[in-house]
Design a protein around this ligand. Structure first.
Ligand SMILES: NC(=O)C1=CN([C@@H]2O[C@H](COP(=O)(O)OP(=O)(O)OC[C@H]3O[C@@H](n4cnc5c(N)ncnc54)[C@H](O)[C@@H]3O)[C@@H](O)[C@H]2O)[C@@H](O)CC1
Ligand SMILES: [K+]
Length: 217
C-alpha cells in the first residue's frame, strides 16, 4: 500500500526534496496539500460560514493561505490571523500575496481575533518544523484555537496540531486539540502514537502527488 510507512520530519523533508527535484515543485506540493485539507473541511462543513485561519511564519502557514483562498472562493467569510507576523518562506509568501486579490480579512499579529462566532478554524501555525515549548505568541495562538473550539468551531489541524512534536509526539503545554487532522503524503509518529493521536482527532492522510519512487530516500 502506498505511503504505509510512518516517516520522521527529516525523512519527510528528504522525500519532498526528491519530489521537487523530480519536477513536482514545492509550491505545487503546498497547493496540493492546502486543497486536500480544504476538501476535507468543506466535506464536513458544507454550508459557507465564518472561517478563521491561524497562520504561522513557515510552510504550514503557507498551506493555511491556500485553504483561505479556496474557502473565500467558495463563499466563506474568511479571516486570516498572522499570529507570528508575516510569512518567511518563499512559497508561503507567494500564497500570502495571492490573498490580496480576494475578500479575505488579514489580521496582523497584534490584532488577536475573538474566539467566538467561527463555524470552523484552521490551525496552520506549526507543522513538522515545531519542537520544544510554546513561546508567548504560540501560546496565544493555540489558546485562541482551543477557545474557538470550546465555542463550537470545528478545528482542522494542518498536517499536525500545533504544539506537538511530529517525531516524539511530545505535547507542549497549551497545544491545540483538533477535531480533524489532515496529514500529507505519509503519517508521522505523532499521528500513530496514542499521546499524539489524542490531540489529532480524526486523522486523514492526503496524497499530495509525490511519486512512489521519491520515497526511497
Ligand atoms: N516542504 C514542503 O515542500 C511542504 C511542506 N508542507 C508544510 O510545511 C510544514 C513544514 O514547514 P516548515 O518546515 O516551514 O515549518 P513549520 O511551518 O512547521 O514551522 C514554522 C517555524 O516554526 C519554528 N519553530 C520551531 N519550534 C518552535 C517553537 N517552539 N516556537 C516557535 N517557533 C518554532 C521553526 O523554526 C519553523 O521555521 C509541513 O508540516 C506541511 O504543513 C506542505 O506545504 C507540503 C509541502
Ligand atoms: K498545524
Amino acid at each position: 500500500m502506498k505511503n504505509k510507512a510512518v516517516v520522521t520530519a527529516d525523512q519527510m523533508k528528504r522525500i519532498e526534496q526528491a519530489a521537487n527535484e523530480a519536477g513536482l515543485l514545492y509550491i505545487q506540493m503546498m497547493e496540493n496539500a492546502g486543497r486536500a485539507a480544504w476538501a476535507e473541511l468543506a466535506a464536513r462543513c458544507p454550508a459557507p460560514g465564518r472561517l478563521l485561519v491561524v497562520a504561522g511564519k513557515g510552510n504550514n502557514g503557507g498551506d493555511g493561505f491556500v485553504i483561505a483562498r479556496m474557502a473565500a472562493k467558495a463563499g466563506w467569510k474568511v479571516s486570516v490571523w498572522l499570529a507570528e507576523g508575516e510569512p518567511k518562506t518563499p512559497d508561503a509568501c507567494t500564497n500570502r500575496a495571492w490573498l490580496a486579490e480576494l475578500p479575505v480579512t488579514v489580521l496582523s499579529a497584534g490584532e488577536q481575533p475573538d474566539a467566538r462566532g467561527w463555524q470552523a478554524a484552521v490551525d496552520a501555525l506549526y507543522g513538522t518544523g515545531f519542537h520544544g515549548a510554546l513561546r508567548p505568541a504560540g501560546q496565544a495562538a493555540c489558546g485562541l484555537l482551543n477557545r474557538a473550539r470550546a465555542s463550537g468551531a470545528f478545528v482542522l489541524a494542518v498536517d499536525l496540531p500545533s504544539g506537538l512534536c511530529a517525531d516524539t509526539s511530545e505535547a507542549a503545554e497549551g497545544a491545540v486539540q483538533a477535531d480533524l487532522t489532515v496529514c500529507f503524503d505519509s503519517r508521522k509518529p505523532v499521528h500513530t502514537e496514542p499521546q499524539g493521536a489524542a490531540y489529532c482527532g480524526e486523522v486523514l492522510l492526503a496524497d499530495i502527488g509525490i511519486p512512489e519512487a521519491c520515497h526511497q530516500v
